[in-house]
Design a protein around this ligand. Structure first.
Ligand SMILES: Cc1ncc(COP(=O)(O)O)c(C=O)c1O
Length: 367
């Protein structure tokens, strides 16, 4: 780096490693994209209608509090309006959590592996990171280690990513009782599961639940997420956000998506059905597949010689990539490096995926 810039750069940015997003192919490139847990279906038709209408008023600033959207979100989740904050994707909200509760004297705790953005936000904030590794292959919450950690704020992803595993209300209550700091439960995938932590908001003032419109509402490109918490925490997050953090079209689009619950339920149920079907196929092949509460599966490929492991998973990943199918492979952790993560696509995409995996199992020469 240029010595002049290095001299002037803040210490936290100097030592920072940026987030690596999953590959986004260029527009028009023909691939089956099962690598970033997007929804394979377009948003509700009423989103398009309302967003197009909204273009007419783009000369005006958006409502800074996203008031109408906050109200709809509060009704959807049966909480009061002062328990909601909206952000530019849930990443924006996760960032606000770190900004408000992390610094050199206030550590941030994460489970390893989990959503890697937590770590990136912590490093750019210059806060100390406490990394707690999962102790078991089934990604059970390591209750005692979290309880003993000195983290000021702790992130739990529930359902968990990248494993897809869900946690019960009993487990979440237990960890909230044991951990003394602020707890964020990241529910990015919760609409594909049967348990949400929302009922716990009544008992735990320190709980922040983050949600996104990117997955179950098919709006990853619009960037809308939100948090539910106690009014006191929402007030803290609110004063730290950008003034116009949610643009006008995003507010209009997300609201229209909430209003079309019939479309939401239909597409969500279709994804759950495809997910369960794919899980039974991989289990039928004898691949360890973590029971999924999300819109993806996490599965451990076995090759035609009965071998599994890092090389086999990488080999399948490469084979699918050459065949025009993008999935995700996480080589960094021993708990993930023999698995691939596959987002659920449309039925025809799943058919093609299964066909290509069968080809791989039959023909691919292993290294
Ligand atoms: C666990 C988790 N949290 C948050 C997000 C980010 O969601 P958003 O698109 O709302 O920023 C993702 C995206 O993949 C995720 O996997």
């Amino acid at each position: 780096m240029d010595p002049f810039l290095r001299k002037h750069l803040s210490r936290s940015v100097q030592s920072h490693t940026p987030y690596t997003p999953g590959e986004q192919p260029s527009f028009g490139q023909k691939v089956i994209k099962l690598n970033t847990n997007e929804n394979p279906y377009p948003p509700s038709p009423s989103v398009k209608e309302k967003v197009v209408e909204g273009i007419q008023s783009l000369n005006l600033y958006p409502n800074p509090q996203a008031s109408d959207l906050r109200k709809s979100i509060s009704i959807l989740n049966r909480v009061s309006e002062d328990q909601v904050i909206v952000g530019n994707g849930s990443d924006d909200i996760l960032n606000l959590c770190v900004r408000c509760f992390g610094d050199e004297h206030h550590s941030i705790g994460i489970l390893d592996p989990s959503y890697s953005l937590y770590e990136v936000l912590t490093s750019i904030q210059g806060a100390n990171l406490i990394r707690i590794p999962f102790q078991t292959e089934d990604f059970k919450i390591p209750f005692q280690l979290i309880e003993k950690s000195e983290a000021n704020l702790f992130f739990i992803t529930s359902p968990h990513a990248p494993s897809g595993r869900g946690y019960s209300l009993i487990e979440l209550t237990d960890i909230l009782n044991r951990f003394q700091g602020i707890m964020v439960i990241d529910e990015a995938y919760v609409d594909f599961s049967s348990q949400s932590a929302v009922p716990l908001l009544r008992d735990f003032q320190k709980l922040i639940i983050t949600r996104t419109f990117s997955k179950s509402y098919s709006l990853a490109g619009l960037r809308v997420g939100y948090a539910l918490s106690s009014p006191d925490i929402i007030e803290i997050l609110d004063q730290a956000r950008e003034v116009y953090n949610v643009d006008k079209l995003a507010q209009i689009g997300a609201q229209a998506a909430i209003e079309d619950q019939a479309y939401f339920i239909k597409t969500r149920n279709d994804i759950i059905a495809s997910r369960d079907q794919l899980s039974s196929i991989t289990e039928g092949w004898g691949w360890r597949t973590i029971p999924s509460s999300t819109n993806f599966i996490f599965t451990q490929p076995v090759d035609k010689y009965g071998k599994k492991g890092k090389v086999v998973a990488q080999n399948l990943f490469d084979y699918l990539e050459r065949s025009g199918i993008l999935v995700r492979y996480f080589e960094r952790s021993p708990l993930t490096d023999s698995y691939v993560r596959i987002s659920i696509g449309k039925p025809e995409e799943m058919t093609m995926l299964v066909k290509k995996i069968k080809e791989w199992r039959l023909h691919e020469k292993q290294k």
